[in-house]
Design a protein around this ligand. Structure first.
Ligand code: UDP
Length: 329
């Protein structure tokens, strides 16, 4: 039986497909390629270029394949863009989830692992953030992910579709062998932007604010390796297969690193000098976001293997150095 990966041509989705293949599973990918890359999906994997909001196309995919479970990454994911285009985020993310769940119910598929986000919490009230903490998103992106979680909750209650929602913190890194990695255009994430300096694509990295109430004044985040995330999704699928109840888990490495510490780690990983420019705070950036992943550790038996930033950045560097234009030639 197959595992349908919605958004399997994207950054995290393509690493998930890789992990499923390594574990001898049969992944099938549906992706509209709005931000994903066809080249990120191995040629041997069945691929549908379709939008999950297209119920006719989804019905066809579920009819043509013997789908056991779904892993759902197909969503818009930029905080800033979501503030500009809230209706895009509600339509793509929330309506996309509706069509997906309707199709799952219609075809009797009863397991879904969902790519959620730390953005569901909003401004944290305490650190580390636990799953029981209040969820008060401060942007439409986080709100859309929270609504999607609630949709799954009610559909589970009525139709028995069990779910695991994984709230990630800051994802970084690339596959160890360097054949897939992060490729967003435009890029907005810290690690690939830092690496654009040694790639000679920018002269310096701008630090957004150095006056935060943290040890060195720069924002602290919990960076988790993309391969560790893929491992967590695999464990979540197996948890549901074993009859586990619907639940929500944070995924982080449990350690906070500042922007300055990340730049230092990148200097070590690349052996290059990386000049910095002092910039303004970026609006909406909380000073510190660090996950408690205790629950995932206890219930899913998951723990991040990559906990040192230099090793995470080394994998990203291998990908970027060998693919300076990402998946484009
Ligand atoms: N950041 C920065 N310069 C950049 C990009 C990001 O200083 O060019 C900071 C940003 O303010 C945040 C951290 O790096 O504190 C991580 O940002 P990213 O956009 O990667 O992830 P986010 O925390 O927004 O999900």
């Amino acid at each position: 039986m197959a595992v349908l990966v919605c958004g399997g041509a994207g950054y995290i989705g393509s690493h998930m497909v890789d992990e499923l293949l390594k574990k001898g599973e049969e992944p099938i990918v549906v992706d509209n390629l709005r931000t994903g890359h066809k080249k990120a999906v191995p040629a041997a994997v069945r691929f549908y270029q379709e939008d999950i909001r297209d119920s006719g196309a989804m019905d066809k995919i579920f009819t043509e394949n013997d789908i056991e479970a779904v892993i759902h990454f197909a969503a818009c994911s930029l905080v800033g863009e979501s503030m500009e285009k809230p209706l895009l985020y509600l339509n793509n993310n929330v309506y996309g989830m509706q069509v997906l769940l309707e199709t799952m119910v219609k075809h009797g598929v009863d397991k879904i692992v969902f790519s959620s986000s730390a953005a569901t919490y909003g401004e944290p009230q305490s650190i580390p953030i636990r799953e029981t903490d209040p969820t008060e998103p401060t942007n439409p992106y986080g709100e859309s992910k929270l609504i999607m979680e609630k949709m799954m909750k009610w559909v589970c209650l009525k139709h028995g579709v069990r779910y695991v929602s994984l709230r990630y913190f800051n994802v970084a890194g690339a596959s160890e062998d360097g054949h897939i990695g992060e490729d967003h255009k435009p890029e907005s994430h810290l690690v690939p932007i830092i690496l654009q300096v040694p790639l000679k694509k920018r002269e310096a990295i701008t630090i957004y604010g150095q006056d935060y109430p943290t040890e060195d004044g720069t924002c602290v985040r919990d960076y988790v390796h993309v391969a560790d995330l893929a491992d967590a999704h695999m464990k979540a699928i197996n948890y549901l297969r074993a009859g586990g109840n619907s639940d929500i888990f944070n995924l982080g490495s449990g350690n906070g690193f500042s922007v300055k510490e990340m730049i230092d780690a990148a200097r070590k990983a690349t052996g290059e000098d990386i000049p910095v420019i002092s910039g303004q705070r970026r609006s909406g950036d909380p000073a510190r976001l660090v996950a408690s992943s205790e629950k995932a550790e206890k219930v899913l038996k998951w723990k991040a293997k990559y906990t040192d930033m230099e090793s995470i950045i080394k994998t990203a560097w291998k990908w970027h150095k060998n693919h300076p234009n990402g998946f484009c030639k």
